[in-house]
Design a protein around this ligand. Structure first.
Ligand SMILES: [Zn+2]
Length: 227
């Protein structure tokens, strides 16, 4: 049964051991690895740049960012759609919060720019729906665990920015899941416009091909560059 407390995971994994520091403050320019199927939260100061790296090219990063001073304010994909007039953020675009404040700006994207902003992150219920009977690692729990190990509570699980996730949209509005078109070593860089807590999950989805066809979910890496 799923927990009624939004901050409590339905199960656990190694995300509980992956805090980069007690409060999530990073060492600038250090390359951190997010283990396959796990999540990490990082504290970003205004002006810092977060570089997310896709070593295999086929791994999706479910991404969230919360305002450091008020976790009730966070990136909101529905508000991003309104702000951009598009469902596909690109270089030069600012990602806004549920209070319409620009929080991060995409300043570089070496991939073909195919990312998803419409699909919910995977969670316990999704794997049940797909026929999984036991516990399956999932992005919602990775977010909850990544926040809890740096002393925070995820107030909810917002709709994620699914970096490198390929969800083609048909003219009739139909959607489907397709393998990423990103390539090994692709990076996306985002400048922090206001102090934030960013959370990245190396999506453990292995029951659809969102993380590549016939390959196991892989690692991600990230670096925080000082202003
Ligand atoms: Zn996922």
């Amino acid at each position: 049964m799923q927990s009624p407390d939004s901050a409590v995971p339905d199960g656990t994994n190694r995300s509980l051991e992956l805090a980069i520091s007690a409060d999530g403050t990073p060492e600038p320019d250090r390359v951190y690895t997010i283990d396959a199927r796990c999540g990490i939260a990082v504290r970003l100061r205004k002006g810092q740049v977060l570089r997310v790296i896709n070593p295999s090219g086929h791994q999706v990063c479910d991404f969230w960012a919360f305002c450091a001073e008020n976790l009730g304010e966070h990136l909101s994909m529905a508000h991003v759609h309104t702000s951009l007039g598009s469902i596909f953020p690109k270089v030069g675009d600012a990602l806004v919060t549920n209070l319409r404040k620009p929080l991060l700006e995409i300043i570089e994207d070496t991939s073909p720019g195919v990312h998803d902003t419409i699909v919910a992150c995977c969670d316990h219920a999704r794997y049940r729906e797909l026929g999984c009977e036991g516990y399956h690692d999932n992005c919602a729990d990775n977010l909850r665990m990544a926040m809890s190990v740096i002393g925070l509570r995820a107030p909810r699980v917002p709709a994620p920015f699914n970096i490198w996730m390929n969800v083609p949209i048909a003219p009739d509005g139909g959607t489907r899941f397709a393998p990423p078109v990103s390539r090994p070593g692709d990076v996306i860089r985002m400048r922090t416009l206001s102090d934030a807590i960013a959370v990245m999950s190396a999506c453990p989805q292995d029951m659809t091909e969102v993380n590549g066809d016939g390959v196991a979910p892989g690692i991600l890496q990230f670096v925080v560059e000082d202003a």
